[in-house]
Design a binder for this molecule. Structure first.
Ligand code: 6PG
Length: 472
């Protein structure tokens, strides 16, 4: 019987599109799904050049694969992954490889790596970014784990990944669950950038009074310059999308309550757990939570409606400043996420190659942008950079935009236009670039009421003082 090079379990939108991408690149691939309709759709959607086979039982699926078997899972994170593993591992042979391509939590992957290793099987966590279109035509792919298994997959991964400068947007992300961790942080940065773009939209709409056609023109211009990115590009298009149910723009008909599948929250939890400050990512996560308080926000808006918004005098200058503020706040969000990867790599001995991370994020993924070229240059010059804000060339760029970020944050605050992302990006930057922070006072307070001790600036050691209470 003909044996297939790869197997794909989960023939939903992402699984089917990734399978077709693999088949398009000359690899034979068998697919499995519990849903017979999906198996039928797979066969119907395959081109005549593709060597594709749909199977309805795991036994048939496993029997159809060449050894060592290379099986990609594209199923929802959590229990569905464990359910698939429970059913399929008894059918596999020593040396077979199972690759989880979903947004799985890295600690779940750690458990699964150990479990399958005890059965002489390889388990890998692999982030895949780019949505449905990316899966079909070229995602950014973040594989981690067993290096031997990775090298077996590498030719296929490099064939199907997005390309930038003829280089595949995939690379080995490090040991164990590093691939899932990098994807998780990718999503955390994604949340932050989406939050910042929404704030820029609000400032231009409510501050400058721009309509959707004008917003389209602004984002179109931004996307043609240094702010070129996937998220700016799709935002440009969103402002032109008409609503099929009314004669207005669709964006104006969408309810302002944001959903989230959880990867942003995991990023914030992880940063707290290992002690990394990522306030703009945190605020993006909590802003989605705050948006869900719709009914309360209606009541509060009636109770606290303040003064009218003052439109900026020079609209053209204002648009430029909002753009510069968005650019810099976005750069600061990347800086926070990448700093988390640096610390996590040490904490978990992942050995994450930061240079390769930003290199493969240049294309295919949701946070792809021309800015990543600058980060790639920074890590190429110094692979051990703890924070991209410390790169001299990035510093020149930051200094050219900081005035606009301050002005925009000030305008938003003055006019009551919520800009939590912009404010925390500026606040993070100011704290990160301040040599003496006022936390000496916090140390004094902690020692005063809790004898938690403090260090001094003039000598080594740990100190405690019995503080004088003035009204004693
Ligand atoms: C990607 C996306 C994707 C993610 C969606 C939904 O990189 O292709 O990040 O993996 O699942 O963006 O995420 P939220 O529902 O959490 O916004």
């Amino acid at each position: 019987m003909e044996r297939y090079n790869y197997g794909m379990i989960g023939l939903g939108v992402m699984g089917r599109n990734l399978l077709y991408n693999i088949a398009d690149n000359g690899f034979s691939i068998a697919g499995f799904d519990l849903d017979e309709v999906k198996i039928k759709e797979l066969q119907e959607g395959a081109s005549s050049q593709m060597k594709v086979k749909g199977t309805g039982t795991l036994e048939d699926f496993v029997a159809a694969l060449e050894t060592p078997r290379k099986i990609i899972l594209m199923v929802p994170a959590g229990k569905p992954v464990d359910a698939v593993l429970e059913n399929i591992t008894p059918l596999l042979s020593k040396g077979d490889i199972v690759i989880d391509a979903g947004n799985s939590y890295f600690k779940d992957t750690n458990r699964r790596v150990e479990d399958l290793a005890s059965k002489n099987l390889h388990f890998m966590g692999m982030g895949v970014s780019g949505g449905e279109k990316g899966a079909r035509t070229g995602p950014s792919i973040m594989p981690g784990g067993d290096l031997e298994a990775f090298t077996l997959l590498q030719p296929m991964l490099e064939a199907i990944a997005a390309k930038v400068d003829n280089e595949a947007c995939t690379a080995y992300m490090g040991k164990g669950s590093a691939g899932n961790y990098v994807k998780m942080v990718h999503n955390g940065i994604e949340y932050a950038i989406m939050q910042l773009i929404s704030e820029a939209y609000d400032l231009l709409k409510r501050g400058a009074g721009l309509n959707n056609d004008q917003l389209y023109e602004v984002f179109k211009e931004w996307n043609n310059g240094e702010m070129n990115s996937f998220l700016i590009e799709i935002t440009r298009d969103i402002f032109q999308q008409k609503d099929s149910l009314t004669d207005s723009f669709l964006v104006d008909q969408i309810l302002d309550k944001a959903g989230a599948k959880g990867t942003g929250k995991w990023t914030s939890e992880q940063a707290m757990e290992i002690g990394v400050s990522i306030p703009t990512i945190d605020i993006a996560v909590t802003s989605r939570i705050l948006s869900a308080y719709k009914e309360e926000r209606i009541l509060a808006s009636q109770l606290y409606s303040e003064k009218e918004i003052t439109s900026p005098e020079d609209i053209k200058l204002f648009i430029q400043e909002v753009g510069d503020a968005l650019f810099l706040a976005t750069l600061i969000s990347y800086a926070q996420g990448l700093a988390l990867l640096v610390k996590a790599s040490e904490e978990y001995s992942f050995q994450i190659p930061l240079k390769d991370v930003v290199k493969i994020w240049r294309g295919g993924c949701i946070i792809r942008s021309v800015l990543l070229e600058k980060f790639y240059a920074a890590y190429t010059k110094d692979p051990n950079l703890s924070n991209i804000l410390l790169d001299p060339n990035i510093a020149v760029l930051v200094k050219s935009k900081i005035k606009a970020l301050r002005k925009t944050a000030g305008y938003a605050a003055e006019n009551g236009i919520s800009s939590l992302g912009i404010q925390t990006a500026l606040g993070y930057f100011d704290a990160y670039t301040t040599e003496s922070l006022p936390v000496n006072l916090i140390q004094a307070q902690r020692d005063y009421f809790g004898a938690h001790t403090y260090q001094r600036i003039d000598r080594e050691g740990v100190f405690h003082t019995v503080w004088n209470s003035v009204n004693n």
